[in-house]
Structure formats: structure tokens, C-alpha cells
Design a protein around this ligand. Structure first.
Ligand code: NAD
Ligand code: UFG
Length: 339
């Protein structure tokens, strides 16, 4: 069964590609490589020992997406393509509204035109804004604090409206918490351009000596050690969550909105210590002012995903750190060293 992966060359998409193949599906990547490197395709071929199916183009090009859906007889789409940097979305909101909303609308129009009705969407825990309490359940109020978060919220609403108008559409909205780590083979992983915004890739580069030290954003949060608490989830667990969602949607589920998290929060300092243990390196760090827009704690109630998808995260923080380190130390320049 053929599954289209928009944004399949990116961090989460490349891991989802491997998980889909392992589960017996045939994934087809659609990507414009605006935030990924074509070398990932060669890596995916090495990991899976199979020719990689990839269509290069923009998801906002509706005619192109229609052609791809028809050409590959696509049964379901996992929509990961989009821009994701919170700070950039504040500085350049139109880029985010154009790419994220434009991409989702174009994709849904193309799907409607060819009568493809199964869609799994990459949403984010960011739709919960600053939650009133933790763990966060799916019925919690949604809000947004930046244009990136706003695009996720609006796309969720567009999908709900489309499902209401077309009850034969099957839509799964997956709200990711904090994906980290890499495939255990060490050949694929997170490869942010420039200086990383996110904690784990930043720590990896400090451990490698590419960055001098980590700034811990805030040491005075109302958390056990004063630093921010997040629900870090291994990217391979997340990838398996997508497979479970595709299986459920193709198996007759009418649709869902679920958290993909572990249900366990770790502080920044706990992650630093776990990474030091996994890498055998020191991660120099110092407490810095809070980062604007950050919340103190964010972790999931993962019960609904367990119930509706029969899925739960299995990998530990130690594995997340070990796998992130294997990837980063084996590929200090990410995919850029490949031809
Ligand atoms: P990523 O940037 O590594 O992957 C996104 C991919 O989409 C890239 O390969 C990029 O080239 C491609 N792309 C972007 N715009 C496109 C377009 N118009 N047409 C075709 N391809 C396009 O990001 P990721 O971390 O893999 O995230 C994937 C999805 O998951 C995103 O929608 C993101 O918002 C969401 N998400 C990510 C996180 C996270 O922490 N990584 C958390 C929550 C949600
Ligand atoms: N942090 C630091 N120093 C850094 C980077 C991060 O102390 O250099 C801290 C943050 O303050 C936060 C924690 O590490 O407490 C995690 O920060 P990340 O930037 O890695 O992740 P966020 O929780 O801020 O956000 C991420 C994605 C969002 C997504 C959200 C979902 O970047 O796109 O997870 O929960 F919406």
C-alpha cells in the first residue's frame, strides 16, 4: 500500500519512511528540500536496502501533488512538510502562513480532486499554549503564542471542517511533544542548518566541541531543579506512532486527535546529565535568562494514543541521548559531507 510522505526528507519524515517500510508499506517522499539535504535519500537507501521513491517539488503546487497522488496510486498521506522554527515565524510570519497554510490547503485540494481521503497530520504540543496543568490531555484548551503555533491550530481547524463536510475523509491529527534522538544505525538524524534552536542538537554540538557551551534558558521555573521540563520522545517511537495512525485510519477509524509523547517530563539539567553519561563528554553549560515564550512544563497524557492506536513510546532518555550522540559524532557535519 502506497503512502505519500510530504516533507519525507526531513528529520521526522526520514525516520517515518523507515518505519513505514519496516511495517510493509511503500512510502513515497514529496519534498522541496527547503530544509533538508538530498543526501538523505542515499542514506535511506543504505538503511533500507531499497530504491527510494522521491518526487521533488513543492506541496503548494496542487497540480504537481495531484500528479504524484495519481502516479503512485496513493492510499494515504502523512503531511509533515512545513516550516517549524518558532523564532523565525515571529520574525517572518508571512513565510509561515504561506508555506504551512498554503501547503495544507493545496494538499487537501489535490487529495479531494483524486478522491484520496486518508490524511495524517503533523501537529504539535505547541497548540496547547501555556497549559494550565500537566500532564496535558487532548481536550485541554488550545491557543497559540506565535505564528508557527497559529498555523498548526488553523490547520487542525481546517481539517475538522473538511471532515465535517466530507464524512468519508479520515483524518488523524498527531500532536508531537519533543522529538529527539536518531535511528540506531547512525546514518540518519536531525541536521539543522546553522546554530540549532532546539536543546538536543545544541547539546550534541557542545559535546562535540563545535559550540562552546549551552545556555540553559531559565533556572527559576517552578520545577524541581528550576529548569524547563519537556516530554522528550525518541523519533523512532514517534515514527512508529505514524505507522499506527495510518494503520488505524486505513482500518476504518473515523478520525482522531492524539498526543504523541511519553507522559514523562525531564528538565534541561536532567537531559544534560543523561547526555554526558551517554557520550562520555562534558556538556559545559550555564544558566541564562528565560527564553521569551517558553513555558515551565509541558508533558503529555499519552493515554488516548495508547487506547486509540495501541501505541506507546518505548525508548528511554538514555537511548535518545545515545542515538543522538551516535548520529552527531559519526556525522559531525550532518549530511553535508556526502557527495
Ligand atoms: P524538517 O524541517 O526536518 O522537515 C520538514 C520537511 O518539509 C523538510 O524536508 C522540508 O524541506 C520540507 N518542506 C518544507 N516546506 C515544503 C514545501 N512547501 N513543499 C515540500 N516540502 C517542504 O522538520 P521536522 O522536524 O521533520 O518536522 C516535520 C513536521 O513535524 C513539521 O510540520 C513540524 O512542524 C512538525 N513538528 C515538528 C516538531 C519538532 O520538534 N521537530 C515538533 C512538533 C511538530
Ligand atoms: N533550551 C535551553 N537551551 C537551548 C535550547 C533549549 O535551555 O539552547 C530549553 C528550553 O528553554 C526548553 C527545553 O530546552 O525548556 C526544550 O527546548 P526546545 O527548543 O528543544 O523545544 P521546545 O519545547 O521549546 O519546542 C519544541 C519545538 C516546537 C514544538 C514543541 C512541542 O521546537 O516546534 O517542541 O512541544 F512545538
Amino acid at each position: 500500500m502506497n503512502i505519500l510522505l510530504t516533507g519525507g526528507a526531513g528529520y521526522i519524515g526520514s525516520h517515518t519512511y523507515v518505519a513505514l517500510l519496516e511495517a510493509g508499506y511503500t512510502p513515497v517522499i514529496l519534498d522541496n528540500f527547503s530544509n533538508s539535504h538530498p543526501a538523505v535519500l542515499g542514506r535511506l537507501q543504505r538503511v533500507t536496502d531499497r530504491q527510494v521513491l522521491c518526487e521533488t517539488g513543492d506541496v503548494r503546487d496542487t497540480a504537481f501533488v495531484q500528479d504524484v497522488l495519481r502516479k503512485h496510486s496513493i492510499q494515504a498521506v502523512i503531511h509533515l512538510a512545513g516550516d517549524k522554527a518558532v523564532g523565525e515565524s515571529v520574525a517572518n510570519p508571512l513565510k509561515y502562513y504561506f508555506n504551512n497554510l498554503g501547503g495544507a490547503i493545496s494538499l487537501m485540494q489535490a487529495m479531494q480532486a483524486v478522491d484520496c481521503k486518508v490524511l495524517v497530520f503533523s501537529s504539535s504540543a505547541t497548540v496547547y499554549g501555556d497549559p494550565a496543568s500537566v500532564p496535558i490531555a487532548e481536550h485541554f484548551p488550545r491557543s497559540h503564542t506565535n505564528p508557527y503555533g497559529h498555523t498548526k491550530l488553523v490547520i487542525e481547524d481546517m481539517l475538522a471542517a473538511q471532515s465535517a463536510a466530507r464524512p468519508d475523509w479520515k483524518v488523524a491529527v498527531l500532536r508531537y511533544f519533543n522529538p529527539v534522538g536518531a535511528h540506531a544505525c547512525g546514518l540518519i538524524g536531525e541536521d539543522p542548518a546553522g546554530i540549532p534552536n532546539n536543546l538536543m542538537p545544541y547539546i550534541s554540538r557542545v559535546a562535540l566541541g563545535q559550540l562552546p557551551f549551552l545556555e540553559v534558558f531559565g533556572g527559576d521555573y517552578p520545577t524541581p531543579d528550576g529548569t524547563g521540563v519537556r516530554d522528550y520522545i525518541h523519533v523512532c517511537d514517534l515514527a512508529e506512532g505514524h505507522v499506527a495512525a495510518v494503520r488505524a485510519m486505513l482500518g476504518g477509524s473515523s478520525g482522531m486527535q492524539v498526543n504523541l509523547g511519553t507522559g514523562r517530563g525531564y528538565s534541561v539539567l536532567e537531559v544534560v546529565r543523561a547526555f554526558e553519561q551517554a557520550s562520555g563528554r562534558t556538556v559545559r553549560h550555564r544558566i541564562a535568562p528565560r527564553r521569551p515564550g517558553d513555558v515551565a512544563q509541558c508533558y503529555a497524557n499519552p493515554g488516548l494514543a495508547r487506547q486509540q492506536l495501541g501505541w506507546q513510546a518505548r525508548r528511554t532518555l538514555e537511548q535518545m541521548c545515545a542515538d543522538a550522540w551516535r548520529w552527531q559524532s559519526g556525522n559531525p557535519n550532518g549530511y553535508r559531507d556526502d557527495a
